[in-house]
Design a protein around this ligand. Structure first.
Ligand SMILES: [Zn+2]
Ligand SMILES: [Zn+2]
Length: 279
């Protein structure tokens, strides 16, 4: 399968001349089967999801959207995804089952409805379904998807492990492992759910909002350091670690510097909007 990195930023979009090379759209990764020209599984709907429309050309989107959680940087692109907001689209959206048992569409509508936004989820054109997902495994559209709850801050959050039967990618964009203890280096615990998600994957796409000098901010904001992400990949046997969800002030020059911090194994890639990984 191929993984398209369409938005690699966390928290809020980062436009401007200091962010041109890595990009300023918020979290969105789209997966395509090798024999498909366009992606059919989209991980998160940050503002980067707008870029899927150009990939579809004149066609309507047909596929799945999996949300890791409901924070703005993971949902704000949804009503601006033009290839999905048309009469002939077909979209199955899944989000984490909520502790209060609320229906998926109602959970989305808390942030996406008047007076916060002109329409609610039911106002999107096309055939949409909104479903809650419990932790566990589902098989859809040729993908095997495993959902695990991971610690973050402010709302239930999942990491996903996606396989097409040949290749496997883990997607853990928002993760606060220090909630479970300091771990061996003080960056957070290498806990079982994170290790299972990342075990022997071709690529681990992981929260790298912070760096180790910013550990206090990482813990306060509910995020990980880049160093934790790389070591998690090493512990879990990941072949590549893709540092993702860059904080909005991390400039192109600072991200260039991040690429030079790590050794050759596992391979470390700093996610940029131009990145396409063949897995
Ligand atoms: Zn986020
Ligand atoms: Zn978040």
């Amino acid at each position: 399968m191929r993984a398209y990195f369409l938005g690699v930023r966390g928290s809020t979009p980062a436009p401007g001349e200091s962010f041109v090379r890595y990009g300023g759209y918020t979290s969105c990764v789209a997966l395509a089967h090798d024999d498909q020209a366009v992606p059919s599984l989209i991980l998160d709907s940050g503002t980067g999801i707008r870029r899927v429309t150009a990939m579809y050309g004149a066609e309507a989107f047909a596929g799945m959207i999996l949300l890791t959680h409901l924070h703005w940087d993971h949902v704000h692109g949804l009503p601006f995804f033009a290839a999905a907001d048309r009469d002939d689209s077909r979209v199955a959206l899944f989000l984490p089952e909520q502790p209060d048992g609320a229906e998926a569409a109602d959970v989305l509508a808390r942030a996406m409805s008047p007076p916060h936004f002109p329409i609610g989820p039911e106002g999107l054109r096309g055939k949409w379904s909104f479903s809650s997902l419990a932790p566990g495994t589902i098989e859809e559209d040729g993908f095997r998807i495993e959902a695990r709850e991971v610690p973050h801050k402010g709302g239930r959050t999942y990491g996903y492990r996606v396989s097409d039967g040949t290749s496997t990618l883990a997607y853990v964009p928002d993760h606060c492992p220090s909630v479970l203890g300091p771990g061996p280096e003080g960056w957070g615990e290498y806990h079982l759910d994170a290790l299972d998600l990342a075990c022997d994957v071709d690529a681990l796409v992981h929260d790298a909002q912070m760096i180790s000098d910013e550990m206090a901010a990482a813990a306060f904001l509910g995020h990980s350091t880049a160093e934790y992400a790389v070591e998690l990949g090493r512990h879990a046997g990941s072949r590549r670690v893709v540092l993702f969800h860059h904080q909005p002030d991390r400039s192109d020059d600072a991200l260039d510097e991040l690429t030079r911090r790590f050794g050759p194994a596992p391979q470390v890639i700093v996610a940029a909007e131009s990145l396409v990984l063949q897995l």
